[in-house]
Design a protein around this ligand. Structure first.
Ligand code: ZN
Length: 343
């Protein structure tokens, strides 16, 4: 390897680690926002009732939608807790790729994304003006962007070439001349080979066609572009502790809880490879799963409720445990950076 090749590789590594840092910051911000999603008035009224249902259904015959493996796989019964319908859905773990997936995708999946679903929170603003001049023209696509909260935040910080797509929004949305969001799937996005970054933040696990989605993302990026994915991942410590009450199963919205093996399997099929994994789970994996196990729905888990049952020392222990698990690759959430396979 000559000097200039060496420098080039080092620069790329440097860039990647910056991307990872940025993603970490975003996840921390998002988690803080969720923890403060406070409905103060409810906290004192919530009562806990531990679920005693036998949710481990044993081995049942399944076919893995990711890797195609067939067999009798461990099957679990999971409650819907975000909308608090308490409907039950079967999930199984593929013995080959170790992803956890819903047995049958509901036909009315759209019904489980109500108007209050948390990514759909912003009003469109086609005349929006930005105070910061454009200082970054990287072309970025946010897949499953909702109404574009993250994109607008990036635009406020000087990014000027931002796109989003989400099939579940009502119509196309524009925020001034910097953010353009289309009501469509990733397969319908234009601009093959033109994107520097394609971002999928907690959206890949919602997709019923992850292999096709990754292939479409691979087509959209430049040869040196990256795909950044933030996803809940399995197996992990929260499932070990709380089983089917692990809150990130989020039945039935999360179709697949990916393992590293299932991600690598799909990446390979799309001509991609994993450049980095970055585990970033935090104490929410224990706290939220504990409350799910005790029958408290998503929106009732407030910081007030948490402080009724856990003191600062408990939280510090959960946080330390999460950090330790992240280091071992056993936390419940990670960022994955994908790039085109080196030829
Ligand atoms: Zn599989």
């Amino acid at each position: 390897m000559n000097d200039s090749e060496y420098r080039e590789i080092n620069e790329k590594l440097d860039q990647l680690s910056k991307t990872v840092e940025e993603l970490q910051k975003q996840v921390i911000q998002q988690n803080e926002a969720l923890m403060h999603f406070a409905r103060v008035e409810n906290a004192s009224k919530v009562t806990l009732q531990k679920d005693e249902t036998d949710r481990r259904l044993g081995k049942k015959p399944h076919v893995c939608r990711i890797c195609g493996a067939k067999g009798d796989f461990e099957t679990f019964l999971v409650r819907e807790m975000m909308q608090n319908t308490r409907e039950e859905f079967e999930y199984f773990e593929c013995e080959e790729c170790h992803s956890l997936q819903i047995s049958d995708v509901p036909e009315n999946l759209g019904d489980y994304y109500g108007e209050n679903y948390y990514s759909y929170a912003m009003k469109e603003d086609p005349d929006r003006k930005y105070n910061t001049p454009v200082n970054n023209t990287d072309k970025i696509l946010d897949v499953g962007c909702g109404t574009g909260v993250w994109l607008v935040n990036m635009a406020d910080n000087g990014y000027g070439n931002l796109f989003g797509c989400d099939p579940f929004i009502d119509h196309d949305i524009h925020y001034g001349d910097r953010v353009h969001i289309r009501k469509c799937t990733i397969h319908e996005m234009e601009g093959e080979g033109t994107f520097d970054r394609v971002r999928m933040s907690d959206s890949f696990e919602h997709m019923t066609d992850p292999e096709e989605a990754l292939k479409s993302a691979a087509k959209l990026i430049k040869d040196d572009g990256v795909i950044e994915m933030g996803i809940p991942t399995y197996p992990n410590v929260a499932f070990e502790l709380f089983g089917p009450h692990w809150y990130q199963i989020d039945a039935p919205r999360h179709i697949t809880l990916h393992s590293r093996k299932s991600i690598e399997y799909l990446a390979d099929k799309a001509g991609l490879e994993v450049a980095a994994y970055q585990y970033n789970s935090n104490c929410a994996q224990m706290l939220r799963s504990f409350f799910y196990e005790h029958g408290v729905p998503f929106n009732d888990i407030t910081s007030e409720l948490v402080s009724r049952f856990f003191d600062q020392k408990n939280i510090e222990e959960f946080t330390a445990k999460s950090t330790e698990c992240n280091e071992k690759g056993y936390g419940d959430h990670m960022n994955v950076i994908l790039r085109k396979k080196s030829k």
